[in-house]
Design a protein around this ligand. Structure first.
Ligand SMILES: Cc1cc2nc3c(=O)[nH]c(=O)nc-3n(C[C@H](O)[C@H](O)[C@H](O)COP(=O)(O)O)c2cc1C
Length: 198
């Protein structure tokens, strides 16, 4: 088990490099997952995020009902699932054979001290538990949801002490995914640091 808590002050770094995420949700005994390329960090402290959740999605229904969602950062090993979660709707699937089951996704339950009771996807490299900050106009007009991050975790093999550890020696299977379109992703590349000056 490589999952470690990330201080909330560093949670924005889990999304700052623009990975595609898998949004998890749960309400009244139902749970679901969808892909979301349109996401971003929004603030440092308390950390906030923005994500587009289309009106047509079943995820939107569960998130509007529960007021919470999880952002799971998948890696290359989960590329097919990260794509397929965005191709089918969980709306018509029975609870006992939901999208997680259909895609072969194992989950851990985010139910710590201040847990929101969200399913989180095993094998991802970072996770953010988020509580919706209601902004009805943004949600209705732009499908844009803002949320506060109340819990954050990362895989210690690729994120530690507030930094992604990606380098030439990183296991390719652990590299984050960045969606382009049409089933085409890029995986995260090599580090490049510039002079910070004095
Ligand atoms: C890689 C990828 C990225 C996507 N990004 C978004 C997104 O940012 N926002 C959105 O509303 N839908 C996005 N979609 C589409 C949803 O994931 C798709 O509608 C999904 O089937 C909804 O599932 P649900 O009805 O089970 O919630 C994306 C799809 C793919 C394949």
């Amino acid at each position: 088990m490589h999952r470690r808590p990330v201080p909330l002050s560093k949670a924005y770094r889990l999304l700052n490099h623009g990975p595609t995420v898998m949004v998890t949700s749960a309400h009244a005994g139902r749970r679901n997952v969808m892909s979301a390329a349109w996401n971003m960090p929004l603030d440092f402290s308390p950390p906030k995020v923005a994500v587009v959740i289309d009106k047509s999605t079943y995820s939107r229904q569960l998130i509007e009902a529960s007021g919470v969602f999880g952002l799971n950062v998948p890696c290359r090993a989960l590329a097919q699932a990260a794509h397929d979660a965005g191709q089918v709707s969980g709306r018509d699937l029975p609870a006992e054979a939901d999208k997680f089951q259909r895609l072969g996704l194992q989950t851990w339950q985010e139910d710590g001290q201040d847990g929101l009771g969200l399913p989180m996807i095993e094998g991802c490299v970072a996770w953010l538990a988020c509580r919706v900050l209601p902004e009805p106009r943004n949600e209705q007009v732009y499908d844009l949801f803002l949320a506060e991050v109340v819990g954050a975790w990362a895989d210690e093999r690729v994120f530690a002490d507030g930094h992604w550890l990606y380098g030439p020696e990183t296991d390719p299977a652990l590299r984050t995914l960045h969606y382009v379109a049409g089933g085409h992703f890029l995986t995260i590349g090599e580090p490049l640091s510039v002079d910070l000056g004095d």
